[in-house]
Design a protein around this ligand. Structure first.
Ligand code: F3S
Length: 69
């Protein structure tokens, strides 16, 4: 059984690099300043787990948390 993941962007750390949005457009949204926040409540739909980890690994500001529930 696979765990359910949730993504969260720390708005204090995000500097708008937008790699998260490029790598996992289903999981992140950008505001008018180009800063990211998680789509919806951050729950990662089945099949997108790899994208969640990829986005976390590629954020230069280490602003993305992925938690397992
Ligand atoms: Fe922000 Fe990192 Fe995405 S800086 S826009 S959370 S790649």
């Amino acid at each position: 059984m696979s765990e359910r993941l949730r993504v969260h962007v720390d708005p204090e750390k995000c500097q708008g690099h937008a790699r998260c949005k490029a790598l996992a457009p289903e999981l992140f949204e950008l505001d008018e300043y180009g800063n990211a926040h998680e789509a919806g409540d951050g729950t990662v739909p089945p099949g997108l787990e790899d994208k969640a980890w990829l986005a976390k690994a590629n954020c230069p500001e280490i602003a993305i948390d992925v938690t397992e529930e």
